[in-house]
Ligand binder design. Structure first.
Ligand code: SF4
Ligand SMILES: [Zn+2]
Length: 328
């Protein structure tokens, strides 16, 4: 049995975020909770990160121990923004008790707090209470609700992701967040399964254009092949390839606003990748763009010469949807 002193979050690290035109120090925390109650998205491996039934006896004590560990290891003066993930929804009362939410709010009072949650858990009253505990007047928007919208296309979100909510649910959640004084951050998924490379580029570019009217912050997440997921099932049978890094550049280059992008697993076979020769310079360039929002950097990267760019262009032109018949 693990003693409470040894309990840690699943992950915690400091970094830098480009926010409202400047770089600010940030802290990212991934808490271990009861786990996501939806638990169905085809690409999601995070949902397996949860306490098992026999570990739930002293669940609240474990949550407190994780938060204490963060407080003891990361001095409050070392960051201005806190991004809190739970491999699910922090505002889901079945996943995280509301008493613990108030502890989080007090711990990060005075910071810009970004909380990941599904839209159905965004309620004006709950957010107002949370905001009143974190807000010192230091930031115009002290809280952002980060929602994995993935796409503005309801069919793609339903059939290719199995996300379990619609655009109208997202609009309602954004409205609730606004009424409470919170902002909205939207995650956009580049290349869910069953879309061609070109369909996925078009879908993400359209999504960013449409969601920019509602969300102040947008993050582009190129899909990765995570363990024990439906995407991995398809990938192992030749039915899925993660997006090319060219596609990531193409989508960012079409956005009218700053879109953060920190591609997980980039350059690896399970993550967004090109041929292996040009990957490192493109990944470094995307990371630089992430810290300055300079679109000319992305445009310059799109001009790099590499044989795999011809391959990508050919695929964007010729690839047809998964399981399409070869004869007509
Ligand atoms: S993507 Fe989010 S909502 Fe979907 S299963 Fe994973 S944690 Fe749950
Ligand atoms: Zn290449």
């Amino acid at each position: 049995m693990v003693s409470l002193e040894e309990v840690r979050p699943l992950a915690c690290w400091t970094g830098t975020d480009y926010y409202q035109g400047e770089n600010i120090p940030s802290l990212t925390i991934i808490l271990k909770t009861r786990g996501c109650n939806w638990n169905r998205c085809l690409m999601c491996g995070y949902r397996f990160e949860r306490y098992s039934a026999d570990e739930l006896l002293d669940f609240e004590a474990k949550l407190n121990a994780q938060l204490n560990w963060v407080i003891n290891n990361y001095p409050s003066s070392s960051y201005s923004m806190v991004k809190i993930y739970s491999s699910g929804s922090l505002f889901d009362p079945k996943e995280v008790p509301s008493s613990f939410l108030s502890r989080i709010a007090s711990a990060f009072r005075g910071k810009v707090v970004v909380v990941e949650t599904r839209p159905e858990f965004i309620e004006e009253n709950k957010l107002e209470t949370f905001i009143s505990d974190i807000d010192t007047g230091a930031w115009e928007t002290p809280l952002y609700c980060a929602i994995g919208l993935e796409t503005t296309n309801d069919n793609i979100r339903d059939k290719c992701i199995d996300k379990g909510f619609s655009m109208s649910d997202f609009f309602c959640a954004a409205e609730e967040a606004r009424k409470a004084g919170a902002g909205v951050k939207a995650y956009v998924l580049l290349k869910p399964p069953y879309l061609t490379e070109n369909e996925s580029i078009e879908d993400s570019a359209n999504t960013i254009r449409e969601v920019a009217k509602i969300a102040e912050l947008i993050s582009l997440n190129p899909c990765t092949v995570q363990k024990n997921t439906n995407v991995e099932f398809l990938w192992k049978r030749g039915g899925y390839r993660p997006p090319y890094l060219w596609s990531v550049l193409e989508v960012i280059s079409r956005a009218d606003i700053f879109v953060t992008c920190d591609p997980v697993g980039a350059g690896k076979v399970r993550g967004p990748h090109n041929c292996g020769k040009c990957d490192t310079s493109i990944i470094d360039g995307i990371r630089d763009y992430n810290l300055n929002g300079d679109l000319s950097l992305i445009e310059a990267l799109l001009e790099i010469e590499c044989d795999c760019k011809d391959e990508w262009e050919f695929i964007c032109m010729k690839e047809r949807s998964y399981c399409m018949p070869l004869t007509h």
